[in-house]
Design a protein around this ligand. Sequence first.
Ligand code: NAP
Length: 252
Amino acid sequence: MTTDAFDGRVALVTGAGRGIGRAIALGLASDGAAVALVSRTEAELNAVAAEVRAQGGTALAVAADVGDTDQIRELVSRVTTELGPVEILINNAAVVWPLGPSATIDPADWEQAARINVIGPVTLSLAVLPPMIERGWGRIANVSSGVAANPAAMIGANAYTATKTALEAHTLNLSGELAGTGVTVNVFRPGTVDTAMQGWIRKQDPERIGTALHERFITMQQSGTLITPERSASVLLEHIRGRANGEIWDVS
Ligand SMILES: NC(=O)c1ccc[n+]([C@@H]2O[C@H](COP(=O)([O-])OP(=O)(O)OC[C@H]3O[C@@H](n4cnc5c(N)ncnc54)[C@H](OP(=O)(O)O)[C@@H]3O)[C@@H](O)[C@H]2O)c1
């Protein structure tokens, strides 16, 4: 344990099985938080939980789909029972699909992406807000993307762009409601990070998703500009220790 900034606090991190979410969860655990680790892949969650416990921390691995509101309700109830009320919520899980020209996209896939990227984070926030407000302390960070600042940057990623932009609008609007409560909500744009999500995009057929979009992600890797999940997470961890509310923390 390096510091005790969050000693005894209960944190819930979605998408904690790998990538940026894993690095955030390990960082919060290093700061003393008991972490609830959430994603759909149990084996990845168990591996991260073992890492937390190996450094002396407390971890609870809960497999759940944040695109399913019933599973979110069960998840919050289980974390509250086993660890206590959630005091730090990191809405990090997201999907970048569906990719490709919008005229070729199955609307059901677009809708499911919106459930995972927007409805899930909002539902989780609404579930944990009442006890946070009652106790006068809470931290929520919603992981977005630089694309929200430049919606024309990822042509062929319409659902991703629209959902991240919606998540930011939700966050900044909610922050106004929360002013003075001791509960803060902020946006985190993690930069361009070397994760499975980036690797998945590079593996897609350029003819299907669009050559410009595909090339953009190949170039990001080849130019060596991708940062590590740990470096990205360190920016969020630094900010979330403070009292800022309604900000956009942009790594790039
Ligand atoms: N990597 C980048 O360059 C980059 C840039 C800008 C923004 N971001 C954002 O950063 C965040 C993390 O991305 P990453 O790059 O670390 O991606 P990643 O490596 O693909 O990790 C995503 C995590 O989210 C989980 N997840 C996905 N769908 C889920 C669902 N329906 N329910 C529960 N968990 C789910 C995944 O686990 P399961 O699949 O096992 O559920 C995984 O643990 C995302 O919000 C992403 O949009 C990333």
